[in-house]
Design a protein around this ligand. Structure first.
Ligand SMILES: [Zn+2]
Length: 269
């Protein structure tokens, strides 16, 4: 569930607090969180490593350490919170990391689908991902080329991280509403003008999501454990049966390629 705006919010919250801090140790309550090392290897390697940089790539959180990268993916229900080391333990704790300065970074995850890696090069994990939608390399020309001739509906192509990084079910439905395009439209049959509207809507919807500090429908919490505000800005997602804010038509829910999909049949063509 955490998508680009949620992960970006967490990274922005944590960055000023963790830069220059050192990992003291790690404790795992759900060792299968670690994808590429044993628990012992992980704990040995992370100890005493300093956080040089903290970045987001798509939905991944990347801690740059002197010799390697600690990469995290929150998947459906994960959250990452920073608290004083003596705070009460969190619910659904998968792991916690003690940092010097008496800080504790908790990876909480009710569904236990989250993943972490400790690797020399984060590209080993993020390999094949498309451009960042809010950076300059996500050009309209690139986006047109990605959709050209494609026989799939546009929605699954936007969910595909190799097309563009960071979108998930919430922000794709909101993007297609903002662009006035039905999620089931065949991508290769969209006009250049329609593709340009989707391209702009991706940026607008994600920018708004970040400004609102993410969407909290269930599990998502920011870097300090607080909910975001973007759920109040949603136009279609999880609004089936309610009137469209623009035209009053009832918002419809359908299942498209296995994903719940929400749209307005009047505003989206
Ligand atoms: Zn409408």
């Amino acid at each position: 569930m955490p998508e680009l705006p949620e992960v970006e919010t967490i990274v922005r919250d944590l960055r000023p607090k963790v830069l220059g801090r050192r990992f003291v140790n790690a404790t795992f309550y759900w060792p299968r969180l670690i994808q590429n090392l044993t628990e012992d290897e992980f704990c040995q390697r992370i100890s005493e490593q300093e956080v040089m940089r903290l970045e987001r790539r798509g939905k991944y959180i990347i801690f740059h350490l002197p010799g390697e990268k600690l990469v995290m993916h929150l998947m459906m229900s994960g959250s990452l919170r920073l608290q004083p080391a003596d705070s009460d333990p969190e619910k659904y704790l998968s792991a916690h990391f003690l940092l010097d300065d008496d800080l504790r970074l908790s990876f909480c995850d009710s569904r236990k689908l989250g993943r972490i890696w400790l690797v020399d090069d984060d590209a080993l994990v993020t390999n094949g991902m498309g451009p960042e939608p809010l950076l300059e390399d996500f050009t309209l020309e690139y986006f047109i080329e990605q959709l050209r001739g494609r026989k799939a509906p546009v929605k699954p192509l936007l969910l595909d991280q190799s097309t563009v990084a960071g979108l998930g079910n919430i922000y794709v439905d909101e993007t297609l509403y903002a662009a006035g395009i039905r999620p089931s439209r065949i991508a290769g049959e969209l006009t250049q003008d329609e593709i340009a509207r989707i391209w702009q809507a991706i940026k607008d919807v994600l920018t708004r999501g970040i400004a609102n500090r993410g969407t909290s429908l269930r599990d998502y919490r920011d870097g300090f454990g607080n909910p975001g505000d973007n759920q109040t800005a949603l136009q279609v997602f999880r609004r089936e049966g309610q009137p469209c804010y623009s035209c009053g038509t009832t918002i419809i829910r359908v299942v498209l390629r296995g994903r719940s999909t929400f749209f307005c049949s009047q505003c989206q063509k």
